[in-house]
Design a protein around this ligand. Structure first.
Ligand SMILES: [Zn+2]
Length: 265
């Protein structure tokens, strides 16, 4: 776990967003897991929303947004180091000397994972028309396409297609390779794809679910799930960001059912 992941999860548990955004004016209208206030950047009324379960904010008027560190930089005018030190102090976390580097790597990894999942979601959508294997698997388990979308599931059907797609988005060969998204098995035995998120809601890895039956898996000596290389599973738990405390249920129920539970809850 990086320092910032640690800091964010400690501060979210303490509802630190209420302190961080306390100086903002407006009616503080609650919409689901977000609170609306006036935007300090463009002054538009009620268009700035901040999350109550993720360290994130966004203005629907001027389109500015980011995480808490970016808020402290853009709105409060701090530089990165000072903002990080301030959050670390409040959270009681001692910073390692490589905090800034690891923060950059962490956000960059999240970006490439989100991009990849966009492709997988589009692919799943196209599978409705051509009766693709992933959509068929989900339908057999009783999931509708809308439920699959709400759970942010996707279909990973080709490593080559992913590689081309990410190149088109400006990622270098090295970044794509280092992301762990091209590990063997992905796009072949493991085609049902979704993101693994940490406690702050940021993507930290990709999970692939095999479409094979338990017997077929046993025969082939494969596990049900494959995780992108380099991902530390204990960093995040699906559903944890929006259902704190339910991690044991999630572990017991299995990853797919947990996603469903989380979405229903
Ligand atoms: Zn704004």
């Amino acid at each position: 776990m990086t320092d910032i992941q640690n800091i964010y999860s400690i501060l979210l548990a303490r509802s630190y967003q209420e302190t961080l955004f306390s100086s903002l004016t407006g009616q503080r209208k609650r919409e689901g897991k977000e609170i609306r206030v006036d935007c300090p950047l463009c002054s538009s009324e009620g268009n700035f929303s901040y999350s109550t379960d993720k360290p994130l904010w966004h203005c629907w008027s001027c389109n500015a947004g980011g995480d808490w560190l970016e808020y402290m930089q853009k709105v409060e005018g701090m530089d990165f180091q000072r903002a990080l030190q301030e959050l670390a102090l409040v959270a009681g976390v001692e910073l390692s000397p490589h905090s800034q580097e690891s923060y950059r790597a962490y956000t960059r990894r999240a970006d490439i994972l989100e991009e990849a999942q966009e492709l997988f979601k589009n692919e799943l959508e196209s599978q409705i028309k051509n009766d693709g294997a992933v959509m068929k698997y989900l339908a057999d388990r009783g999931y509708s396409f809308q439920e699959a979308l709400d759970m942010e599931l996707g279909a990973y059907t080709s490593r080559k297609a992913l590689q081309e797609y990410l190149k088109g988005k400006g990622y270098t060969e090295k970044e794509i390779k280092d992301s762990g998204l091209l590990s063997s098995g992905f796009g072949e035995d493991y085609q049902l794809a979704f993101l693994w998120r940490d406690a702050s809601g940021r993507a930290i890895g990709l999970v692939g679910r095999a479409l094979l039956s338990d017997e077929e898996l046993k025969e082939k000596g494969l596990s049900k799930y494959k995780y992108s290389y380099g991902m530390e599973k204990d960093e995040g738990l699906i559903g944890f960001s929006s259902a704190r405390g339910s991690e044991q249920i999630i572990l017991l129920e299995g990853v797919l059912d947990a996603l469903y539970l989380n979405h229903k809850g």
